[in-house]
Design a protein around this ligand. Structure first.
Ligand code: ADP
Ligand code: MG
Length: 640
């Protein structure tokens, strides 16, 4: 029989340390959490060599008395929990009493700490968890902890460390996330001697987002604030046009504790359904406030996962909160005009992280107003940061728009143009350029949806409808608008999409695999309005197609639907159906570049302006881009 012995406490600590302290980023997270729990208003984090050789966290929190400081490094030593009942409602970030012991076990530590009212502070020195020195020290109120040579005594763990730059980035990300959870605290991050991040600590989440995630991200955010019985959610989510290829900017907190949660991710993404492309992800910084007793935070050694008493309520609160925020937010995208300075004279754009805090504050204030947010960008910055769905006009496009605008009659801002005034005031050349049916006539003819006052100006590039409304010029992408309207109508048709029987069945030639996958899904296709049969490898005989789709588009539509079925990226029947409806909506829509009857265009514009569900095409491209009077006046140097 082998002899069973209790592990030496040092060995036990090393084992425990492995769970809590995985890499420098986890040390940073734990120590910063301690500073937050200590009530600090300023927290500064310094690291060298990715945090592997040197890590210093300084705070102006409550500090520790000497005896407490010594005890703090013992395992299960905590000031935050006393009785087992306390575990049921934990209001602090820490509670396990493990972080300091675990960190100390695998590094060399210097601690300086002083509490308010004490003349002298305390300095402690520890190595591998052993207290080597304890003495008086002069220091400010608060705590400074230096961690050197992490994992120096655990070579096995050391081997798992990645390059310093990777560890450093992970540690920096950990600071950023804590900073986003606590906008009321000013955070500083210094990496290898350089200031990388500074948050103003002004209590405004948007300022923190600006400092941590950058100006672009801050400008794309929509505020969320919603309450569901005892649960509330607040923070910011990205506009559907500002998606990313990864989920790395989906940041969730529960009672200001950073957590990962599949429920929250699903609730967020569900709110963006049909507004963004498959494979693209929204960003968010959301904090859920829930009663302390309705969440169990003690289910993970690093405390990054939690268990909710009622997952469904949490899901609904986030889902409806975000959905509501998206539907309230304007779908209009501000036109981004490049500045005119020649590139060579531009100052090099400052790295995001080094921007001083006052600038961050000022810009964050304007970031809430979409039309103001990008005004001060230089061309170089703009080019660097512009995501693909941003619409910049080329010089040529810009001239086309200006020309159309100059030709259009001048109106008082509040006055809608009626045809009579139009004729009187317009220069003679106008009639040959812009032909419009008389206003009243059109109104009767079309039974236009009741849109807020607007004036249809015309169309440019056979693609963009130009409309004037209040002090703004709106450019509407006719294809994107029509596609979205089609999609909403198809979705409203319920399970069976209206089909049209073709007078003569149409033979369509596709890839053999495409044809095969379509034939395997005949029921789905029937419900979409397609009736078809196989007539040999890759050849289909199509008898019926959705009534919106032109016969000439039948083949292309089927081929794209086959693509959805083959890709395997969408795995639910409902998801497949929606993807197919996107395709049908797109194929049935008028296309950019086509000649379109102005009456039709006017109807589209009225529809877009009167409905608030038409913000983005089903792939997340904007439908409407706004050019403000101010922007134009700036471009024409009427104002500076
Ligand atoms: P926990 O945070 O779970 O209590 P830790 O090992 O992280 O466990 O910390 C142990 C104790 O040390 C804390 O409960 C707290 O009283 C004290 N402490 C740690 N860091 C600080 C700090 N920066 N300022 C004041 N007290 C601290
Ligand atoms: Mg702690």
């Amino acid at each position: 029989m082998p002899t069973i012995l209790r592990l030496d406490p040092h060995v036990a600590n090393l084992i425990a340390a492995g769970e809590v302290v995985e890499r420098p980023a986890s040390v940073v997270k734990e120590l910063v959490e301690n500073s937050i729990d200590a009530g600090a208003r300023n927290i500064s984090v310094e690291l060298q060599n990715g945090g592997m050789t040197f890590l210093r966290i300084t705070d102006n929190g409550c500090g520790m008395e000497r005896e407490d400081a010594k005890t703090a490094f013992l395992r299960h030593a905590t000031s935050k929990l006393r009785r087992k009942e306390d575990l049921e409602a934990i209001g602090t970030l820490g509670f396990r009493g493990e972080a300091l012991a675990a960190t100390a076990a695998v590094s060399k530590i210097d601690l300086l700490t002083r509490v308010e009212g004490d003349l002298e502070g305390t300095r402690l020195r520890l190595e591998a968890g052993k207290l080597l020195e304890c003495e008086d020290a002069g220091c400010p109120v608060g705590t400074t902890i230096i961690v050197r040579d992490l994992f120096y005594n655990t070579p096995a763990r050391m081997k798992f460390m990645k390059r310093d730059s990777v560890e450093g980035s992970a540690a920096a990300a950990a600071v950023g996330r804590q900073a986003l959870a606590h906008p009321e605290i000013s955070f500083r991050l210094i990496k290898d001697g350089e200031l990388q991040l500074q948050t103003p600590g002004d209590g405004e989440l948007l300022s923190a987002i600006y400092a941590v995630l950058g100006r672009q991200a801050a400008g794309e955010m929509i505020p969320v604030q919603s309450q569901w019985e005892k649960i509330s959610v607040s923070g910011f989510v990205s506009r559907p046009t500002a998606t990313r290829g990864t989920r790395s900017n989906q940041i969730f907190y529960v009672n200001h504790r950073l957590i990962r949660s599949k429920t929250l991710t699903a609730a967020l993404e569900e709110a963006y359904r049909n507004q963004i492309m498959v494979g693209r992800f929204p960003s968010c910084v959301l904090n859920l406030t829930v009663p302390l007793s309705s969440v169990d935070v003690n289910v993970h050694p690093a405390k990054t996962e939690v268990k909710f008493l009622n997952e469904r309520e949490i899901f609904d609160c986030v889902h409806y909160g975000v959905k509501g925020a998206l539907s309230r937010a304007s779908g209009q995208v501000a036109m981004q005009l490049p500045q005119e300075k020649p590139a060579s004279q531009e100052p090099a754009p400052q790295p995001e992280a080094q921007r001083p805090a006052p600038a961050a504050r000022a810009a964050a204030q304007t970031a809430g107003k979409p039309n103001e947010a990008f005004r001060s960008m230089t061309a170089a910055e703009f080019r660097k940061s512009a995501p693909s769905p941003v619409h910049t006009m080329t010089r040529w496009e810009y001239e086309q728009v200006s020309r159309a605008l100059q030709k259009a009659p001048k109106v008082e801002p509040s006055q809608t143009m009626v045809d009579e005034t139009f004729r009187k005031s317009a220069p003679t050349t106008l009639h040959s350029t812009v032909t419009m049916p008389a206003e009243e006539e059109t109104q009767q003819m079309l039974d236009l949806p009741k849109a807020p006052d607007f004036r249809y100006v015309g169309e440019v590039l056979n693609t963009y409808i130009i409309v004037e409304q209040a002090d703004e010029v709106l450019l509407i992408d006719k294809h994107a608008a029509h596609e979205r309207i089609n999609f909403e109508r198809l979705m409203a048709q319920g399970t069976a999409i209206l089909g049209q029987t073709l007078l003569t069945p149409r033979a369509c030639r596709l890839d053999a695999e495409e044809a095969a996958v379509l034939l395997q899904n005949r029921d789905l296709l029937l419900s979409l309005g397609f009736d078809l049969d196989g007539i040999g490898e890759g050849d289909l005989l199509v008898r019926q197609i959705p009534s919106d789709v032109r016969e000439s588009e039948a083949e292309a539509t089927l081929s794209e639907i086959a693509g959805h079925l083959q890709s395997g990226r969408i795995d639910t029947p409902a998801g497949l159906r929606e993807a197919a409806l996107h395709t049908i909506a797109c194929k049935a829509a008028i296309k950019g570049g086509w000649q379109t009857d102005p009456v039709e265009l006017k109807r589209l514009a009225a529809e877009v302006l009167s409905r608030d569900d038409l913000k983005y095409c089903p792939h997340g491209r904007p439908i409407c881009v706004v050019l403000t009077r101010r922007q134009l006046e700036k471009q024409f140097k009427r104002i500076t």
